[in-house]
Structures are given as structure tokens and as C-alpha cells.
Design a protein around this ligand. Structure first.
Ligand code: CU
Length: 626
């Protein structure tokens, strides 16, 4: 039984229906709108047929989801993806190093790892997976109808991968998405694994989608084999033969990256998580770094107890039908009024009185979070420990009272619930002050503003229990255990400047918009070299979480201030380029060659078209302002 519906005004309803008709006819791309004369020179939809962005904005107060009750559903945990029992014998057709276009594969380049490094990688890799992208009915709240989402194996977020360094994986992605998109989404996919040290042809480059009607060889492709070598950066260059352990990654995620349609496809459900383990970050608190977590000793693919993913996303639902709502004409950034954790609106979690590791992830599409742990009474900012920034463990844990995330950022934290009486109720409260897709509100003199304690949104409720199943064998972060050291920083070969800008309602980098064909190489990086990139926000009043694929960077300075301590003294793969900032980052580009993108991870900005392609090759170029 649903709660009372929210009534839309006639104006909102007409604007929405008109937009849906254009979307259904695949008429929402800029060039189609220009052709139809529906887009003005300034890039705004013209005020006719109730389509105007301004007319729509005027009634956006109407755009509210139906009411839903909070903390009714327990926090779901995504299933762990299991490898095929008989490896490649269970795959038909058998995987090949060269793309098997005749057999229906959408890949266009061979797996370079098996060709370029002698016997370093054996084909097929030791672990083989098969996953299916398809539509499925998914429940997000007892107060809303089941949603028709696009999923991996029927789940959104999709199953979590458990991977190990030194154990390569082959993942066959099958695309069984329906031609009828139900209003938004395009059934062409390129699954990006953010931010593994992955050869380009397996990275999920935005132009590598399938099927691709423009390319006869893959116009009807139904699958794509991704090779994830799970190898440390430097394995063939600076740290032969196994790479630099200080480059180890832990919490990654995967999502669709189809050029110009990433926001629609991810919003519709195509994303999940990928955890990478090694002899230090083992997933078991009795070994290695003793991070909270208990593994089933007989099953690597069972969920790890006390090591919990928190996949955050916000969505808006049609006020009348309760169906997932996506405004395709909003290129600023879409903010939902419903907050989901692991795919469910405002769930609760019963926790044992001991330490837990949480892997907090901002799954977008556009929202920033600043999360506080609070009892919403006496203690509104209870301290906890941050142990990682994006996929990278910090040199040592840092005590914090909040974590701040832009889209695609991950923050691993440790909370010790033994400090609370049984029955204590705690919340994760998002207190960042963000009222539109541009980014959080800024205070004078400070980059970000928060709302007062208790006035944010509680997105997850913890209820502390009284019994412990496994006594806590994890290391108390107060003892400041050492994780990895930060890798060396050799002199950069070149310094490049990238300006993130807004012109004519379009998002650009250095005045350039990413082409739909993804075929322009904006600059070329020399393999096994180092570079410094200066990332400037020239878009006045906007914030951009900038993501660069392939290797992590180090933030050298944020807006002129050297970064020598704190949670940003770390390796990272997403950088919040905040209001008016100029930030410098240091990179290395090792081992593999090919095409990669850099882009804003506000999914609306990357689709419209704040992205550049850079290729790694033997020589590189010297473009300082590409
Ligand atoms: Cu942006």
C-alpha cells in the first residue's frame, strides 16, 4: 500500500510528458534538438510546447517524489559475484586474445597484456566470470512500486567482485538490455572499472560501447570480454616484475561509461563495486594489516562480515506513478530527494558492539556528501577513523568527524561501536549544504558550507546490539598502524593545464567539448613517464569532481596550498575541483598503452561533454594546454 501521492501541477505534467515524448523518440541529443529548432543559440530549450528549461525550472518545486518511510528496510548487501566453476570451459564461445567479432564480441582491439609481456600473463586468466546486463524489477522502498531498472544479473547496485592481486580475471559482459528504454537509457554499454591498472581495451573507454550501429563489425555485438590483470603499477617498468606494493588499491567500483549516455545508464542502475585484496588488506582481521573483517576461510566469494559497502545514490521518483524519474534536459546536475544506500531508500543496520570497516562510495549522479556520525541528541559529530581515500589506504588512519565525497569518490572508514551502550541509535547524517546540481554552497572564506546538526538528511540508521559473534581481532586505529608509504615522485616530463569551463550551456575542457565519436585524441602521454597537471575550475559557482583513468595521482597543492598532511596526503583518482580552484596533481603512466579519458564525474557534465581523450604511446607529445 503506497502512501499519499504527490500531485503535480498541469504545467509540470505537460512539460514532463512533452519531454518524455522527445526522449522516447531519441530526440534529446543536442544536435537533434538544434535540427528541430527546439534549442536556442544560448543552448536553452526554447519556450514552446511547454519544453522550456526555465518554464520547467519554475515548477520544479512540484518535482517531489512520493513520501516514503525511513528506516523500514534493513541495509542490503550486494551479493558477491562467483567465478565460473569450470573457467573458460563454461564460456561459449571460448574467449580469445583477438576480438571475436564474428562470434558476437564488441571488443575492437586485442588483449595487449597477453601479447606484450612474454609469459607474464597466461591466457586464459585464472578466474573467469560471466555477467548479464538486463532489465529487472527492483524494490527500493516498501512505499514505492517495484522499479524497472537496468541491472547486472538482476541486481542494482550489481554484484560485488572480490579480486586478488596476482590473480588475473576475465569478465564476460553480456548485453541483454531491452530496446524499449521506458523513457531513458540507451541499450549500448561500455563497462568501466574505476580505477584499476587496466589495459585500455578492457578499461571501458566511453567510445568502446557495444553494440555500435556505426561500426559494421560490432553492430550486432552481444558481449565484451574484459581482462582485469589485478597487477600493481610498475610491474613492467619501475618495479619489475610484480609492481610497487605502495600502489595497491582496495575499494573500486564499476559502472557504465557509454559516451553521452553515462548519466542515464548509471541512473537506471548500471553500477556496482569491486574489492581488491592482497597479503596486507586481506579481508580478514586476523591477518595482514588487521583491518576489520571476517572472511569465510573456505569461501573467498562469501561476503566479508564487518567489512561493509555503503553505495550512496540519490534519485527522484515520479510524484504520481512512483516510477524512477530522470530529467534529460537538465545538464546542470540532477539532485534526487530520496537517498539510497546499497539500492534501498534510507535503510537501517543492526551492528555488533565492535569495530567495522565501511567502504563509503558516492555513486552519483551529481550530489556531494558530507557525512557525520550522530545520535541526533547530545553527540552530533562523533569521531571515527578514515583509513582510505578513493581506492587507496592512507599511510596511517586519521581521526575525523566527517567525510566529504564528490561523485565517484570512496572513503573507507572504521567505526568502533563498542563505545556505545546496547540499544544506542546512531545515524549517518549528510549535512552538506547543496541545493542544486552546481555543487555545494560555499561560505565566504571556506570552500563548503554545512547545515546545522540535525538539519541534514539521515541516510542510514545504526542500531547497536549487545552481542559479538566474532571477538574483535582488528587493530585499534588509535594505535596508528602503518599501511602503505606514498610512492616516490620523480620530476615530471611536462606540466599541462586543463581548464574546466562552461560555455553556451555546454561543459568543456580547454574550450573543447568531447565528440560523440570519441575519436579526437586531445593529447598523448609518453608511456612510463611522469607528468604534472594543473586542474583549474573556470566555471564560476560550479564544482567538478574530476576523474582521470588508469593510475592514481597525488594532490601536490590545493589552490596554492601545499598538501603535506591530512586525508588528502594520499593517492587518489577523483579530485574535487571546488569553486574557483587551481589544483596541481602528479601522475605516472606505466606499463600499458592505449586510449583513456579524463572527465568530470558529475554524470551530467561528462555527458555534455566535459571530457578529453588522452592516449598513452611510446613518444607522447608536448602540448601544455591541450
Ligand atoms: Cu562537473
Amino acid at each position: 500500500m503506497y502512501l499519499l501521492k504527490h500531485r503535480w501541477s498541469r504545467l509540470t505534467r505537460n512539460a514532463w510528458r512533452n519531454r518524455q515524448e522527445l526522449i522516447g523518440a531519441q530526440m534529446h541529443r543536442r544536435r537533434e534538438l538544434l535540427k528541430l529548432g527546439l534549442l536556442g543559440g544560448a543552448g536553452y530549450l526554447l519556450a514552446k510546447h511547454g519544453l522550456s528549461t526555465r518554464a520547467f525550472a519554475a515548477v520544479q518545486g512540484d518535482l517531489k517524489s512520493p513520501p516514503t518511510r525511513a528506516f523500514i528496510d534493513p541495509l542490503p548487501i550486494m551479493p558477491i559475484k562467483r567465478p565460473l566453476a569450470n573457467g573458460v570451459l563454461d564460456l561459449s564461445p571460448a574467449p580469445t586474445i583477438a576480438p571475436n567479432n564474428a562470434g558476437g564480441e564488441g571488443r575492437t582491439r586485442p588483449h595487449q597484456a597477453f601479447l606484450n609481456f612474454g609469459n607474464r600473463f597466461t591466457f586464459p586468466p585464472p578466474k573467469v566470470f560471466e555477467i548479464v546486463q538486463r532489465a529487472a524489477a527492483v524494490t527500493v522502498s516498501p512505499d514505492l512500486p517495484a522499479q524497472n531498472l537496468w541491472t547486472f544479473d538482476g541486481f542494482s547496485p550489481g554484484p560485488t567482485y572480490h579480486a586478488r592481486y596476482g590473480e588475473g580475471m576475465l569478465v564476460r559482459n553480456r548485453n541483454q538490455l531491452p530496446a524499449d528504454n521506458g523513457g531513458f537509457g540507451i541499450p549500448q554499454v561500455s563497462t568501466h572499472l574505476h580505477n584499476l591498472h587496466t589495459p585500455s581495451e578492457s578499461d571501458g573507454f566511453p567510445g568502446d560501447y557495444f553494440p555500435n550501429p556505426e561500426n559494421p563489425a560490432i553492430a550486432n555485438a552481444t558481449f565484451y570480454d574484459h581482462h582485469y590483470p589485478n597487477v600493481l603499477a610498475g610491474f613492467s617498468s619501475t618495479h619489475q616484475p610484480n609492481g610497487d606494493v605502495n600502489e595497491s588499491l582496495s575499494t573500486l567500483w564499476y559502472h557504465d561509461h557509454r559516451v553521452a549516455f553515462t548519466a542515464q545508464n548509471v541512473y537506471k542502475g548500471l553500477a556496482g563495486m569491486y574489492f581488491l585484496f592482497n597479503e596486507f588488506d586481506t579481508g580478514d582481521e586476523t591477518t595482514g594489516f588487521h583491518l576489520p573483517g571476517r572472511r569465510d576461510p573456505n569461501d573467498f566469494y562469501a561476503p566479508v562480515k564487518y567489512d561493509v559497502p555503503l553505495f550512496l545514490s540519490d534519485r527522484i521518483f515520479d510524484g504520481e506513478t512512483g516510477a524512477l524519474f530522470f530529467d534529460l534536459f537538465d545538464t546542470d546536475g540532477i539532485l534526487g530527494d530520496k537517498f539510497l544506500v546499497n539500492g534501498v531508500i534510507q535503510p537501517y543496520m543492526e551492528v555488533e558492539p565492535r569495530r567495522y570497516r565501511f567502504r563509503v562510495h558516492d555513486g552519483g549522479p551529481s550530489r556531494f556528501y558530507q557525512l557525520f556520525l550522530t545520535d541526533q541528541g547530545a553527540n552530533t559529530s562523533i569521531p571515527f577513523w578514515q583509513i582510505a581515500n578513493d581506492g587507496n589506504l592512507l599511510p596511517t588512519p586519521i581521526q575525523v568527524t566527517s567525510v566529504l565525497l564528490g561523485v565517484a569518490e570512496r572513503m573507507d572508514i572504521i567505526i568502533d561501536f563498542s563505545k556505545f551502550k546496547p540499544g544506542t541509535v546512531l545515524y549517518f547524517e549528510n549535512r552538506i549544504n547543496q541545493i542544486d546540481g552546481r555543487g555545494p554552497v560555499a561560505n565566504a572564506g571556506a570552500p563548503l558550507a554545512t547545515v546545522p546538526p540535525g538539519q541534514g538528511t539521515p541516510i542510514l540508521k545504526f542500531i547497536v546490539g549487545s552481542t559479538v559473534t566474532f571477538p574483535d581481532a582488528s587493530t585499534d586505529p588509535v594505535n596508528k598502524p602503518k599501511y602503505y608509504a606514498l610512492p616516490a615522485r620523480p620530476l615530471p616530463r611536462i606540466t599541462r593545464t586543463l581548464q574546466f569551463e562552461r560555455e553556451l550551456d555546454t561543459w568543456m575542457v580547454n574550450g573543447k567539448a568531447f565528440p560523440d565519436a570519441a575519436d579526437v585524441v586531445h593529447f598523448r602521454v609518453r608511456k612510463n613517464s611522469a607528468e604534472q597537471w594543473n586542474l583549474a575550475n573556470n566555471s564560476g559557482g560550479w564544482m567538478h569532481p574530476i576523474h582521470i583513468h588508469f593510475e592514481e595521482f597525488r594532490l601536490i597543492n590545493r589552490n596554492g596550498v601545499a598538501v603535506n598532511s591530512g586525508f588528502e596526503f594520499s593517492r587518489k583518482d577523483v579530485l574535487r575541483v571546488q569553486h574557483g580552484e587551481l589544483n596541481s596533481v602528479f601522475f605516472r603512466f606505466r606499463d600499458f598503452e592505449g586510449r583513456y579519458p579524463l572527465h568530470c564525474h558529475n554524470l551530467l557534465h561528462e555527458d555534455h561533454a566535459m571530457m578529453m581523450r588522452w592516449d598513452i604511446d611510446a613518444t607522447g607529445d608536448n602540448l601544455r594546454e591541450p
